[in-house]
Design a protein around this ligand. Structure first.
Ligand code: DX5
Ligand code: ZN
Length: 220
């Protein structure tokens, strides 16, 4: 399985979203950053916008919820048809219950960890999730630099996933470029979010192909 490349539409032109979705048609999934101005100091959009993105996107949605109270709000994104819904460990009151409810609605369930959040509490619970998102920047903004100090946590998760023999995707998000994608791949990531690196490229499709090739060549 080649590395998955999920461009983040946080770096797209919000008033030309359908056009920009067309520019990333060769991606694996569309990464959709929902921010509520509480969990993170930035605001994007909510279910009404995501429902429209879902309606016009040729590829499935990888929704990343940077919001408070995901136990309440996350389910709506599964109900509108998102392929994957990832909520933050720091915000969820009962992550396992929420993941089970998301799966019951037919979505993949993901749990995200901020750079400072250890993975230890989740290593025994991996089978409850379809994806663990290791944030490689502080969530909230695109265009930040990759934080390599998160790599031991990613490697720890890769070892635990392999030891348990579970099919859990390991995603990185933040500061992913042609250079840093190699480091993340070597440390066990198989799913890569890239905002600026894709949308700032002259040819986003070529950039997606390059990132995929580079990550696949350095797979753990
Ligand atoms: C940051 C978001 C990311 C962001 C990544 O909080 O979760 O998905 O769009 O942007 P780049 O790739 O520019 O760091
Ligand atoms: Zn994200």
């Amino acid at each position: 399985m080649p590395a998955r490349i999920n461009p983040s539409i946080l770096a797209a032109d919000f008033v030309n979203m359908e056009r920009d979705l067309g520019r990333i048609a060769s991606a694996d999934l569309v990464h959709v950053d929902v921010m509520d101005n509480h969990f993170v100091p930035n605001l994007t959009f909510g279910p009404q916008m995501v429902e429209r993105i879902q309606a016009v996107s040729a590829i499935p949605l990888d929704v990343h919820l940077m919001i408070d109270d995901p136990d309440h709000w996350a389910l709506g994104y599964a109900e509108l048809g998102a392929y994957s819904v990832t909520f933050h460990a720091e915000a969820a009151a009962d992550p396992v219950r929420l993941a089970r409810r998301l799966r019951a609605l037919g979505a993949r369930a993901g749990i995200a960890l901020k750079p400072g959040t250890p993975a230890d509490d989740y290593l025994e619970l991996l089978a409850e999730f379809d994806q663990v998102l290791v944030m490689t920047v502080e969530p909230g903004f695109g265009g930040q630099s990759f934080r390599a100090e998160t790599m031991p946590k990613l490697a720890q998760l890769r070892a635990a996933v392999d030891a348990a023999g579970v099919d859990v995707w390991l995603q990185v998000d933040g500061g992913v470029t042609e250079e840093t994608i190699v480091i993340a791949a070597e440390n066990g990531a198989d799913t890569f979010v890239a905002g600026s690196a894709v949308f700032r490229a002259d040819d986003p499709a070529a950039q997606i192909a390059l990132l995929r090739e580079s990550a696949s060549a350095h797979r753990h």
